[in-house]
Design a protein around this ligand. Structure first.
Ligand SMILES: Cc1cc2nc3c(=O)[nH]c(=O)nc-3n(C[C@H](O)[C@H](O)[C@H](O)COP(=O)(O)OP(=O)(O)OC[C@H]3O[C@@H](n4cnc5c(N)ncnc54)[C@H](O)[C@@H]3O)c2cc1C
Length: 317
């Protein structure tokens, strides 16, 4: 047994698989997650196939579409069930547009064809409820289907430890010190929510480590002076979920969020308390694939310390 006064959970994510998205059709070889393909190509020097369809416009799928093209493969199509891109715009430009790889939004794989090996997939357009639109079916010959259909934070251990999990992020509820509801248990990185950039993960890791060390060295438990931070208009979730008021007296705190639907126009990222504006930040656009950040500074301490809760919204400017 290893004894410790504080723990940082950092188990990352796992990729969603074919079974989790219930893809119908035969069960031939040639259906892989984009991460598996990335490992084969980049680490083991093995090409999973020659002709690809990528399902999902997540970052790993788009990066792999480019990688496989550079290795001489043909990527026939990237299909995305949502009516918008789910990865970063820069990956769409640098990995798909620059390599003439077609992205079809509101499209999915209706079924997989082939017995021993994938021979084709049937693509289909979907309506806003993801139901196939009759008459839009298209057979796309390919030998490999790559799945880039989302990541799931790895939280079996967290649940066993009694950590409360946010059903939206599938990660622990954390405060701005990355502490969970269980005193002394911290969580950082993709285990909390799926980040778009690894740089944020590094920053969160440093912060959680520092907070855990401070907790371990503290002689007595601190009084909790927390307020909830809630998602408002067009915000799917905000991390941290709670703000320790005392921290704000000493340091800037970054609230990070993902929007529900894209706004391709100037937006305000607004933080409000009881309807009153606490702070806001302008952004050129808001897209679900890209995390937005708004800082709270010690200057806002007085106002925030009187608040019962904070609400974060992303609205058209
Ligand atoms: C397939 C894939 C490709 C990616 N490609 C890129 C890229 O090209 N560029 C980029 O910037 N970002 C990329 N990312 C994102 C980047 O990897 C993550 O943002 C970052 O690795 C998250 O760091 P983390 O420490 O939170 O989790 P991870 O790096 O996933 O680390 C978690 C670690 O915990 C281990 N673990 C899990 N459970 C347990 C347990 N019970 N006991 C012990 N150990 C455990 C895991 O095995 C893993 O080693 C990619 C992510 C994936 C999944």
């Amino acid at each position: 047994d290893i004894q410790s006064r504080a723990i940082v959970l950092a188990m990352g994510c796992r990729e969603r698989t074919r079974a989790q998205i219930r893809l119908p059709g035969t069960r031939p070889a040639g259906v892989y997650t984009a991460g598996t393909a990335q490992r084969w190509v980049n680490v083991e020097g093995y090409m999973p196939g020659n002709r690809y369809v990528v399902l999902g416009s997540g970052d790993i799928g788009m990066i792999m579409a480019r990688r496989l093209t550079l290795e001489g493969a043909k990527v026939e199509r990237v299909l995305e069930v949502m009516p918008f891109l789910t990865g970063l715009t820069r990956n769409y430009v640098q990995c798909l547009l620059d390599y003439d790889i077609t992205l079809q939004l509101s499209h999915t794989v209706n079924r997989i064809l082939g017995e021993k090996r994938v021979e084709a997939i049937e693509a289909v357009q979907v309506d806003e409820r993801w139901n196939p639109v009759p008459g839009t079916e298209e057979i796309i010959p390919c030998d490999t289907l790559l799945l880039s259909v989302g990541l799931i934070p790895e939280n079996e251990l967290s649940r066993k430890a009694g950590v409360r999990i946010d059903p939206i992020t599938a990660g622990p509820f954390v405060d701005n010190n990355f502490e969970t509801n269980v005193p002394g248990v911290f969580a950082a990185g993709n285990v909390v929510h799926v980040y778009d950039l690894v740089d944020w993960v590094t920053e969160a890791g440093f912060h959680a480590g520092k907070s855990a060390a401070a907790f371990a060295q503290r002689e007595r438990a601190r009084e909790r002076r927390h307020i909830p931070i809630l998602p408002g208009d067009n915000v799917r979730y905000v991390v941290p979920h709670e703000l320790d008021k005392d921290s704000l007296a000493q340091e800037e705190i970054h609230l990070q969020m993902r929007v529900k639907v894209p706004i391709d126009a100037l937006v305000w990222v607004e933080v409000r308390s009881n309807g009153n504006l606490v702070t806001r930040k302008a952004e050129p656009y808001a897209r679900p694939g890209e995390i937005l950040t708004v800082p709270l500074t010690p200057k806002q301490y007085d106002e925030v310390s009187r608040a019962a809760k904070l609400t974060v919204a992303v609205v058209k400017k």
